[in-house]
Design a binder for this molecule. Structure first.
Ligand SMILES: [Cu+2]
Length: 561
């Protein structure tokens, strides 16, 4: 039991701490993490934003790249971080374990960090923002998937900054509470005066979007999801779940010695918030030689942006220019929505496919094996696919032969392909989509229907010509998590060159668990060179790997009786 805000609840601790430890490495390093699972459920750890070039089996995604690590078992992750730097994080990728505490920051220092970061800085630190629930995610998930609960995601009670907050025990008379222990209370950050400080914000929460600010300090954004960008100054930043922004602030404000750091949940994203919701979380930033008192610093005058969507990133430009081509090899159109599925449960769908993970048969294992022994099912699908690509290129297709397309939607590519993914969101909630193994470019996004030449026609490069003609492809922002707003659309560009099987999913954990996950099986030629280690295969044979799998649709029949 742990009490980050005073209220005790069961949590997953790593090395007996919450949040989990910072992993810090230099570009080119090999990271080795020994995981000993002492919990009651099976688990896996995903390294969010890490390319895993040559080691897709170390991506840590249950049902996709590995079987879960059974209770009492251990597993060693080992991967080399090359061709990337910046701010990342690690988290459980089995069910909603991340929301139960299984997460921490991961920072990679690039070889060129000091030249790609255009504002010199004296200190460097991580600030984790999280939405915090008082109940175990498994109990909340069970309720969320129930009939008639669609669009009513569980709403958090409190925000945490670096794993800390403070609640009055009087607000929760029925809960065990102690807000006097050392781990409870506002986070306090001490900064030397008249210096530049890099703050790396990471939204490690399950659901809430945060607006963050440091009173009376402008924040110069210099990094987005591991991409160094030319500095742009803001008063406030909005972070959707799993997104990261680095900012530089100067500790040269003379009006006070102490300032509020405010992390505010965008409550418009919540359907039915509890009366006990404390949506604003405060931390204290103190100039180190100043008086230690509660801040009286001023909020910015402009109104809080309350839209449930990503902040406008069109003015954020990568330092390293990578132009995007005007002609993708293929365009895929994905419709994401929530439907009442079997047993009237609310489930998330991409093009009618709703993901269900298997504990003992991850798709990557099947692909590596299949490409060696059953190649027909990996190549014939191109001709037979019932969900065709746009026909521009015969190089990317939905593989509905090797995979059960109702629960495993897999787009497959060979060689190096440029793939555009257009997503229409037919749901009123925002979806921060995350692609494993890559950064994508955000080419365009908007509200309503995407601009097409004709309604009802197959959507391809041609029907999207008016849109493509307006795109600025000189150097689009590259990141690994971008949100499509409610009833909106987004156009993403993936240079599909990384051999592996990669999850593409909504990072609202509730939505992913409802099925809003699909996969990209990319550069299959390169997969032939990859051998899945014995240790990874052995996980699949252990007793207890199915402990902690999400509720099955069938479970609700028993419940309804
Ligand atoms: Cu979502």
């Amino acid at each position: 039991m742990h009490n980050p805000d005073g209220i005790y609840r069961p949590m997953i601790l790593v090395n007996n701490q919450y949040p989990g430890p910072l992993i810090e490495a230099n570009e080119g390093d090999t990271i080795v993490v020994h995981v000993q699972n002492e919990a009651t459920n099976a688990t896996a750890i995903h390294w969010h934003g890490i390319y895993q070039t040559g080691t897709p089996h170390m991506d840590g995604t249950v049902g996709v790249t590995q079987c879960p690590i059974a209770p009492g078992r251990s597993f060693t992750y080992e991967f080399t971080v090359t061709g990337q730097s910046g701010t990342y994080w690690w988290h459980g990728h089995q069910g909603l374990q991340s929301s139960d505490g299984l997460h921490g920051p991961l920072v990679i220092h690039g070889k060129e960090e000091r030249t790609l970061q255009k504002i010199p800085y004296d200190t460097d630190r991580v600030i984790l923002l999280s939405d915090h629930y008082h109940d175990l995610s498994s109990a909340l998930l069970w309720q969320y998937l129930m009939p008639d609960m669609e669009n009513a995601e569980p709403v958090p009670e409190t925000g945490l900054i670096n794993g800390r907050s403070f609640r009055s025990c009087d607000d929760y008379p029925d809960r065990r509470c102690d807000n006097t222990t050392a781990n409870v209370g506002r986070a306090r950050i001490s900064l030397d005066r008249n210096k530049n400080h890099r703050l790396r914000f990471i939204n490690v929460g399950a659901f809430a979007e945060f607006s963050v600010q440091l009173d009376e300090h402008e924040m110069a954004v210099t990094e987005v999801d591991g991409t160094d960008v030319l500095p742009v100054r803001y008063h406030r930043l909005n972070l959707s779940p799993a997104q990261r922004y680095s900012i530089i602030i100067s500790s040269n404000v003379t009006s006070a010695d102490n300032f509020w750091l405010r992390a505010r949940m965008i409550t418009n994203c919540f359907t039915d918030p509890p009366k006990t919701l404390q949506s604003d979380t405060l931390a204290v930033v103190r100039y180190a030689d100043g008086a230690d008192a509660d801040p009286t610093s001023k909020d910015w005058e402009e109104q809080l942006a309350q839209d449930c969507k990503d902040m406008n990133t069109t003015e954020l430009v990568p330092v390293e220019t990578v132009a995007a081509s005007t002609e993708p090899d293929a365009v895929f159109y994905l419709r994401s929505n929530f439907e009442i599925g079997a047993y009237r449960l609310s489930r998330g769908f991409f093009n009618g496919s709703s993901w269900r993970a298997t504990a003992d048969n991850p798709t990557l294992h099947r692909s590596v094996d299949g490409l060696n022994s059953d190649r027909a099912n990996y190549t014939a699908a191109r001709a037979s696919s019932t969900i065709p690509a746009d026909g521009l290129a015969n190089t990317a297709f939905v593989n509905d032969r090797a995979f059960e397309v109702n629960s495993e939607l897999v787009i497959q590519t060979t060689g190096v392909q440029t793939i555009d993914i257009l997503i229409s969101n037919f749901d009123d909630g925002a979806h921060p989509y995350h692609l494993h193994g890559y950064k994508f470019s955000v080419l365009a996004q908007g509200h309503g229907q995407p601009p097409l030449t004709s309604v009802g026609a197959a959507i391809n490069r041609e029907s999207l010509s008016p849109l493509y003609d307006t795109l600025d492809l000189t150097n689009p922002l590259r990141r690994d998590t971008a949100s499509v707003e409610g009833y909106g659309w987004i156009l993403l560009r993936v240079i599909a060159d990384n051999p592996g099987q990669w999850a593409f999913h909504c990072h609202v954990s509730w939505h992913a668990e409802a099925g809003l996950l699909m996969q990209l099986l990319t550069n299959t030629d390169g997969l032939a060179d990859i051998t899945i280690p014995r240790t990874n295969r052995d996980l699949c044979a252990a007793d207890g790997i199915d402990k902690g799998m999400g509720p099955k649709d069938d479970d609700y029949i028993e419940f309804a009786k």
